[in-house]
Write a protein that binds this ligand. Structure first.
Ligand code: ATP
Length: 248
């Protein structure tokens, strides 16, 4: 592994319930300090790829049946998701999954649980998250289920940050949100990357916003990588723009 390598996914195949082949040979890399986009239509295999990386495939009765995944130089095959989280991989699932009946602050505290920090550390982490997401501070006593979609997405990300991750897997953060909110969220991601060196692997159907904020991107179709390159170059390619904006 080169010193720049953070995550290396090598030719993985993922099978659900022993039958459905959702990912059929995906390879990708995330360098330290990178923002990488995983693009593709519904059902292309983006979520499954992220779940393979975070270990959550096991919870979906799926398994990585071929290939390897290396994080920080170590093979992650068979490592449980909570242990991977301790090593620095956190997964923000598609659809946010915040605890609707808990307040924003209670949700954030639940994210610190994995690390088992001291009370003082936990308070410091909370303040750090509030500094990144001032909207969450304003609404910290509000039940999460009563906040807007954008606030819930920020909460899902903020809760994940409580584990102090090295790599954040973000699944479809733009889903169902107004463009201006999507922009706000991606802007915070870019700042987290720049100021804290956090790396991101972001699955998105919204290719334009993703390419604007990523440095590298992979395009998935039917469980396979059909294109990859520097985000700026992909953004300039007409075939890609055409395919995603015209065809779907
Ligand atoms: P989406 O944006 O809808 O999540 P995606 O690109 O993330 O799309 P996946 O969710 O990874 O795609 O789905 C890839 C394939 O795996 C699809 O054919 C899907 O039907 C199948 N699949 C996903 N989850 C399951 C599951 N829990 N059980 C069986 N098949 C599944």
């Amino acid at each position: 592994a080169s010193p720049a390598e953070l995550l290396a996914v090598n030719d993985i195949e993922v099978i659900y319930d022993g039958a459905i082949l959702a990912v059929a040979g995906v390879s990708l890399r995330v360098e330290r300090g990178g923002i990488v986009a995983l693009l593709g239509a519904n059902g292309a295999g983006k979520s499954t790829t992220l779940k393979a990386i975070s270990g959550l495939v096991q919870a979906d009765r799926a398994r990585v049946s071929r290939g390897s995944i290396r994080f920080l130089g170590e093979d992650t095959a068979g490592v449980a998701p909570n242990l991977l989280a301790r090593r620095g991989i956190v997964h923000v699932l598609e659809g946010r999954h915040v605890f609707a009946h808990l307040t924003i602050e209670e949700n954030l505290r639940s994210g610190g649980f994995l690390r088992g920090p001291s009370r003082q550390e936990l308070e410091r982490e909370l303040e750090r998250i509030y500094a990144w997401f001032p909207r969450l501070k304003t609404k910290r006593k509000t039940q999460a289920g009563l906040t807007s979609g954008g606030e819930q997405q920020m909460l899902a990300i903020g809760r994940a940050l409580m584990t102090r991750p090295t790599l954040v897997l973000l699944d479809e953060p733009s889903m169902g949100l107004a463009p201006i909110i999507v922009e706000e969220i991606f802007e915070i991601v870019a700042q987290l990357n720049e100021k804290e060196g956090m790396s991101f692997l972001v699955a998105e159907q919204n290719i334009n916003v993703a390419l604007r904020h990523a440095d590298h991107a992979y395009i998935l179709e039917n469980g396979r990588v059909v294109g990859e390159g520097a985000a700026q170059e992909l953004a300039a390619r007409e075939d890609i723009q055409h395919f995603y904006l015209g065809g779907k």
